[in-house]
Design a protein around this ligand. Structure first.
Ligand code: AMP
Length: 281
């Protein structure tokens, strides 16, 4: 596995790969890798000839300084597992390499960025879009892999590709979970033992809520779910929403053949967790 830190070297290596007619698959990450990331790498390995990962904790997508400072960093172990899972090239730029000057791009994703994560983390998706656009310009992948764990982010990236006419296929990967249902996340490393034990309540609540569709009304389900989570004082629920899976607008009534996604964000101690379940009827 090759490791690069500069845009120049990364481009040079990938130009040769492209000239050989090889299909390039790309998995952007912020490191502290777990099975969720590695499943994306393995899918890319199956579908492409050359797998590129990036590890970059993107400062401009954090709207909370403490979250950025405490973001887990486990580079040595990351490199070990990437190599083991047949990644060919890992790009690990410094902040100065990605942002040598002022950042001025301002993307408009319309209503998609005004709900849930977009509403609660102002500027977050603009930061995500800026870094992903830069990474796509550097890597020029044929296919790029994103997890459904960050469902809204996946839709934002799909919209970015559409808006900017980018020549890359976006491939979604299912959410990978721990045995007890907790969605894998780099931030789980920051949970205390006690917090880790109760964390699966979030997914359990999502599953039970999904079971109530379409018999109960969205409003009733949301109310029930809020009570479930609030009954545990360790949690502070930021949002629990039932939305149309296509545009993420809140659902007032269920209709036949509707596709929905139930999303939540909650603080557990100092850690902010998100999760979702997708309901395809
Ligand atoms: P991150 O390092 O958190 O920025 O995530 C990098 C990529 O891995 C994103 O496309 C995430 O959606 C994806 N990802 C993170 N956690 C999971 C998970 N538990 N299951 C599937 N994909 C995930």
């Amino acid at each position: 596995m090759q490791e690069t830190k500069t845009i120049r070297t990364t481009r040079d290596i990938l130009k040769d790969v492209r000239d050989q007619g090889r299909i390039i698959g790309f998995v952007p990450t912020m490191g502290a890798l777990h099975e969720g990331h590695l499943e994306l790498i393995r899918t890319a390995d199956k579908e492409c000839d050359f797998v590129v990962a990036s590890i970059f904790v993107n400062p401009i997508q954090f709207n909370n300084r403490e979250d950025l400072e405490k973001y887990p960093r486990t580079l040595e172990e990351d490199l070990r597992v990437l190599e083991k899972n047949h990644c060919h090239l890992v790009f690990i730029p410094e902040v100065e390499e990605m942002y040598p000057g002022e950042v001025s791009e301002d993307y408009d994703f319309g209503k998609l960025e005004k709900v849930m994560e977009g509403k609660h983390r102002p500027g977050h998706f603009n930061g995500v879009a800026i870094v992903v656009k830069k990474l796509f310009d550097i890597v020029e992948p044929d296919k790029a892999y994103f997890g459904q764990k960050d469902y809204q982010q996946l839709l934002i990236i799909q919209k970015l590709v559409e808006k900017e006419n980018l020549d890359v296929e976006i491939i979604p990967g299912s959410t990978v979970r721990e045995k007890d249902g907790l969605a894998m996340s780099s931030r789980n490393k920051r949970l205390t033992q006690e917090e880790r034990q109760i964390a699966p309540l979030l997914y359990q609540t999502l599953l039970k809520a999904a079971d109530m569709v379409p018999e109960k009304k969205p409003g009733e389900i949301i109310e029930w779910a809020r009570q479930q989570i609030s009954a545990q004082p360790e949690f502070s629920l930021e949002y629990f929403e039932i939305a149309d899976a296509g545009d993420l607008l809140p659902v007032k009534n269920f209709i036949n053949n509707g596709n929905y996604v139930i999303c939540l964000a909650a603080h557990l101690g100092n850690v902010r967790l998100i999760d979702n379940v997708i309901i395809n009827s």
